[in-house]
Design a protein around this ligand. Structure first.
Ligand code: KMH
Ligand code: ZN
Length: 272
């Protein structure tokens, strides 16, 4: 099997400092958390920007500070969010892609998101995809529901998305797919053979989902964006603590952990 690419989803748009005191919020905190995760074994950090008061933002100025803070401390791959927060306009969400990060997320459809609706109209997805292609930003296709994978495959066939794709399968999100081995096996069976893929589990699903992904030859996403606990009733002390656990699991399961250089090679990124 290929070495395991570990993505650390550091902050997200929804978790608050009140819920999780270790959440990195400022660009400097995000830079430090990214370096800790890279040191622990992550090769990608998925980042969201926040205003000083903790509110979510897609302001490119703040994303630029995040990129600088991360890059001065480590060579980890930075993947910015274009999902942003529910309710943001597509234009707002797309804005930081102009900074030409190595990667950005691309949600492949709309889904209920807890009590909210995460809207991704086909026309907006197409604009996001086109802009990423134009700027040389590798999309990570976010799959929150099985129909989104069907859409991704159709768009890949039609040449609307660059090949080979990198896909992230998100399980356990209220409104999305159940975090069961059967769901993951179905999704994996439907993936185009040439693509790379990771899996993420929301909340208590994080640990089982990444364990299944390690065993199935996929890659793993963990972090406080998706799950604020280390175990039931015990908050994680840092993003790096969650990464370190995946590294231990990978070692026990005899799966090598990818360096950023190996991850860049597997994902077809030219670097920096
Ligand atoms: N915050 C969610 C509404 C992404 O980063 O691309 C969307 C999200 C996905 O977090
Ligand atoms: Zn995100």
């Amino acid at each position: 099997m290929n070495p395991l690419i570990i993505t650390a989803a550091l902050t997200g748009a929804e978790v608050t400092r009140e819920q999780q005191p270790a959440l990195p919020v400022s660009p400097q905190e995000i830079g430090i958390a990214a370096a800790e995760c890279a040191e622990a074994g992550a090769s990608i950090v998925h980042v969201h920007a926040r205003l000083p008061d903790g509110q979510s933002t897609q302001d490119p100025v703040i994303y630029e500070q995040i990129l600088r803070e991360v890059r001065q401390r480590s060579d980890v791959i930075v993947q910015i969010s274009t999902g942003g927060a529910v309710g943001m306009t597509p234009q707002e969400r797309l804005a930081p892609v102009a900074l030409r990060p190595e990667m950005a997320t691309l949600s492949m459809g709309s889904v209920n998101f807890g009590q909210d609706v995460f809207l991704n109209a086909p026309s907006d997805i197409a604009v996001f995809a086109h802009e990423m292609l134009r700027l040389g930003v590798k999309p990570e296709l976010e799959i929150f529901d099985t129909g989104m994978l069907a859409t991704a495959k159709r768009w890949l066939r039609q040449g609307l998305l660059p090949q080979p794709a990198h896909v992230d399968l998100v399980l356990g999100m209220p409104g999305g797919m159940a975090a069961t081995p059967q769901t993951l096996l179905y999704l994996v069976s439907e993936l185009p053979p040439e693509c790379t893929w990771s899996a993420a589990g929301i909340g208590a699903a994080q640990l089982p989902v990444v364990t299944w992904a390690i065993l199935l030859g996929g890659h793993a996403r963990v972090g406080l964006e998706d799950n604020i606990y280390y175990r039931k009733g015990e908050l994680a002390v840092s993003n790096a603590q969650l990464v370190a656990r995946v590294v231990r699991l990978a070692h026990e399961l005899e799966r090598e952990v990818a360096t950023p250089a190996q991850a860049r090679q597997m994902l077809g990124l030219s670097g920096g």
